[in-house]
Design a protein around this ligand. Sequence first.
Ligand SMILES: Nc1ncnc2c1ncn2[C@@H]1O[C@H](COP(=O)(O)OP(=O)(O)OP(=O)(O)O)[C@@H](O)[C@H]1O
Ligand SMILES: [Mg+2]
Length: 261
Amino acid sequence: MFLNKLSLRKLRNIKEANLTLNRRTNVIVGENAAGKTTILEAIDVLSRGRSFRTNKIENLLNNGEGSLYVGATVGEKKRKLEIEKEKGKTRILIDDKEEKKQSVIAEELAVQSIHPNSHNIIEGTPSERRAFLDWGLFHVEQDFKRAWSKYTKILKQRNEALKLRDQSEATWLKKLAPAGELISSMREGYLKGLQQHLEEVGRYIMPNLELTFSYEKGWDDKKTLSDALNDKKQLDADKGFTSVGPQNANIKIMLNGREAQ
Ligand SMILES: Nc1ncnc2c1ncn2[C@@H]1O[C@H](COP(=O)(O)OP(=O)(O)OP(=O)(O)O)[C@@H](O)[C@H]1O
Ligand SMILES: [Mg+2]
């Protein structure tokens, strides 16, 4: 979804700014420390409730101020999205109506930021790569959110039962496999699409590099999840948690046939 107008107040060095944006591309130019990155942070704060540059609201608040504000109108319908943040409190408005969940704004304004720490997707832990993938899926695949919360709920229940050595563990185990297979196939489909897109773009910007992704499911992929879970039944009972499944997945990134990490 594109941004029409963006307003920010009391963010870092910016007391107030109102911008009218182009729906396709915008270039922000200015002296060092003028506040260019702050504008990008504002968009991130509106979409995700936090900035890619800091997790601490104190760092974002214009010195001495108690709250900050970011507002925007988005898309053809010019829906109005607003966020006001102070320490320990967030207020979200959509078309002047109060909204409890940040995810509702995130659905209206999907943001993917590429920033100086973005290399963590490559160098960081598998969990950072999973989070990147899931964030994309959450926006692209309508059903992903529901599938994901279903899976995590079942996983939590099973782990709880394993810890307590409760009989109900077996029931949760049965439900876990189909829910986990669904997450896995959604992720694989998304990654395939991303790969195709990168191949097209890559021909222009990095013609000598061959970039490929492969999805590692988080269990022995010669087996179904159901079989893999059954194989680990005793181990999981001993350890008190589920040791295989999409919660352990990884994305292997290869550059010209070599692992990029
Ligand atoms: N909490 C704050 N209150 C007031 N000013 C702040 C706060 N945090 C940062 N600043 C200042 O805000 C200014 C804007 O920083 P920003 O990083 O957005 O600039 P920039 O235009 O991206 O600069 P560069 O060209 O160096 O990347 C800096 O001078 C910084 O010192
Ligand atoms: Mg900057």
